[in-house]
Write a protein that binds this ligand. Structure first.
Ligand code: PGA
Length: 245
């Protein structure tokens, strides 16, 4: 049970075509009638190909749309195959996920992440900044050092941190069904909050209707970044309902 303002961010990753938008009305209807909807922000982050049609579909709802990544260049340029934050804003995105571990693993550095965050903020997007330790780093007990480094470099020289939400996503938890122990999570989230003052901190990694009550018992979490389960409207709705039960 919670009375807090909570974020529910759906990360669709590289899934979905136009027909995936057909089931959105279920979430729209649920949200409209949900009595706690004033204390909730829902943001869908579909693949770039769906940002425009999804924004149109959600136009009259309170649900917002975001992207999953952006190029670091603030202006247009000769970068074949890339999309920058201005372009995302232009088609209806209000948020962008930056620093997701799947991109970090593909070679995205803290420095590049920092440039992307700066360009996104400059374009007027809010940023969902992902950080998290690998299993190896957890075993070596260097979780906090790892997060400190990601935060120090990723948010270097960024002043308007109030437009940045942090998503703590342990890499070993993404898509695996594993979640951190509540006591560990409480401790890590409070560490992040001490380090970046006045920032909302969300949790991500295998969030589903079965574990949401356990996760939500960690009372310093400000919301969830949900991958797999967010593609199924029933599961997504269940997660939100159970957060407020
Ligand atoms: P998952 O993904 O919920 O499928 O573990 C979360 C994420 O990668 O943001």
């Amino acid at each position: 049970m919670t009375n807090k303002y909570m974020y529910f961010i759906a990360n669709w990753k590289m899934f979905g075509g136009l027909n995936s938008l057909n089931s959105l009305h279920k979430v729209v209807k649920f949200f409209k009638n949900f009595k706690k909807n004033k204390s909730i922000k829902i943001v869908y982050c579909p693949p770039n190909t769906l940002i425009r049609p999804m924004s149109k579909k959600l136009e009259t709802s309170q649900i917002e749309v975001g992207a999953q990544n952006c190029h670091e260049n603030e202006t247009y340029g000769a970068f074949t195959g890339s999309i920058n934050s201005l372009m995302l804003k232009n088609v209806g995105a209000k948020y962008v996920i930056i620093g997701h571990s799947e991109n970090r693993q593909a070679g995205e550095t803290d420095k590049l992440i920092n440039l992307k965050i700066k360009s996104a903020l400059k374009s007027g997007l809010k940023v969902i900044f992902c950080i998290g330790e690998t299993l190896q780093q957890k075993r070596k007990k260097i979780t906090k050092q790892t997060l400190n480094k990601q935060i120090n470099l990723g948010l270097k020289k960024i002043n308007n941190k109030n437009k940045v939400l942090v998503a703590y996503e342990p890499v070993w938890s993404i898509g695996t069904g594993l979640i951190p122990k509540s006591s560990e999570l409480l401790n890590t989230i409070s560490h992040i909050k001490k380090k970046i003052k006045k920032t909302k901190v969300l949790y991500g990694g295998s969030v589903n209707p079965k574990n949401i009550s356990e996760l939500n018992s960690v009372n310093n979490i400000d919301g969830f970044l949900i991958g797999g389960a967010s593609q199924d409207p029933k599961k997504f709705i269940d997660i939100i309902k159970k957060t407020y039960n």
